[in-house]
Write a protein that binds this ligand. Structure first.
Ligand SMILES: Cc1cc2nc3c(=O)[nH]c(=O)nc-3n(C[C@H](O)[C@H](O)[C@H](O)COP(=O)(O)OP(=O)(O)OC[C@H]3O[C@@H](n4cnc5c(N)ncnc54)[C@H](O)[C@@H]3O)c2cc1C
Length: 304
């Protein structure tokens, strides 16, 4: 492993100062990506700025007016165990439960998952489906960016020099809201998504009409892909397999995957449609409060 300096910041201001000092510096959350990249020589740094001692970055807080705030370094296991998350955003656990195994979830954060900007990151399509916002701090103060606009290319984000992610904010779910994230991998766990699909819906009070929807795909483009037109096509449509099929076709057409060791272009295109349909079915079940069992044998309505 290369030598680098290590600083543990305790305030946002300290972290900004350390990250802006002209050295090749990066924030450290759980380290499940960063330390592996340093060890394997895939990244060269002079300075690692540990941000886990900044209270705001470890805060997990639900506010009935403003929604859920997930500090950028909050590890997945805290989301999995949170009553606020289970009660208000059960589908978020679809992702936090999938990232690595139990040990990885003890360290890995959604903030790190987002800032690593892998096209296949499991939390990002789900965050996009939830309309999440990234709260950023930097030398020029604070700003917010929609998660769907955060990733620019594999490993590249909108973060400018000296900026870092403070928290993710998920709005309060509307009445009759439901969401889901599914991925396809060749084995049951500890692998990178061949395709991932996140979907959310808001239904009418009788549960028969889709008022609005959001769909995002992973691993089918250089960045996680928000397929706005697929969600828009569902607005005002009845909850039906025909409506899902139309949205799935739009998602499939929007996917622009590559061939690699994990999958081919035709397979990934096909999976984009299949997973979109399945995620929509689960999202609708959750919006209706229906308790059905998903492909992993979990109750869709409750997560437990
Ligand atoms: C065995 C194993 C299995 C895995 N399985 C999966 C999987 O199934 N699905 C999946 O999506 N990922 C998986 N991963 C990848 C990884 O665990 C996730 O991307 C994780 O969520 C990263 O979070 P972290 O807190 O560990 O980030 P870190 O490693 O600390 O950081 C990741 C990147 O984000 C930057 N960063 C961290 N915090 C901030 C911040 N606050 N502001 C700005 N930049 C920041 C870092 O500088 C670094 O570039 C796996 C990793 C391992 C080792």
């Amino acid at each position: 492993m290369q030598a680098f300096e290590y600083v543990a910041a305790t305030t946002v201001e300290e972290a900004v100062k350390a990250l802006s000092n002209g050295k090749r510096a990066r924030p450290l959350s759980g380290g499940t990506d960063l330390l592996a990249q340093l060890k394997e020589g895939r990244r060269q740094l002079d300075l690692v700025v540990d941000v886990k001692r900044i209270p705001e970055l470890m805060e997990l807080r639900y506010d009935p007016q403003e929604g859920l705030f997930i500090g950028a370094s909050v590890p997945c296991h805290r989301l999995n165990a949170s009553a606020d998350v289970k009660n208000n955003y059960p589908s978020l656990i679809d992702s936090s439960h999938l990232i690595g195994g139990v040990q990885i979830q003890g360290r890995a954060s959604l903030g790190g998952n987002l800032c690593n900007a892998s096209p296949a990151a499991d939390s990002i399509p789900n965050l996009i489906a939830h309309n999440a916002v990234a709260h950023i701090a930097g030398p020029n103060g604070r700003r917010t960016v929609l998660v769907e606009e955060f990733c620019l290319a594999p490993g590249r984000t909108v973060l400018a020099d000296g900026e870092f992610l403070v928290a993710l904010q998920l709005p309060v779910p509307s009445k009759n809201f439901g969401a889901a994230y599914l991925r396809f991998i060749p084995r049951n766990e500890m692998d990178i998504a061949v395709v991932g699909a996140g979907a959310s819906v808001v239904l009418s009070d009788d549960g028969q009409t889709i008022q609005s929807a959001r769909i995002a795909l992973g691993a089918v483009a250089p960045t996680p892909l928000f397929v706005k037109e697929a969600g828009d096509a569902l607005a005002g449509q009845p909850v039906s397999e025909e409506s899902f099929a139309r949205a799935a076709q739009i998602a499939q057409d929007a996917a622009r995957p590559i061939n690699d060791m994990r999958g081919t272009i035709p397979q990934r295109k096909h999976l984009s449609g299949v997973l979109t349909t399945r995620a929509l079915r689960i999202a609708v079940d959750r919006a209706r409060g229906t308790k059905t069992v998903d492909s992993l044998g979990r109750m869709n309505g409750t997560h437990g």
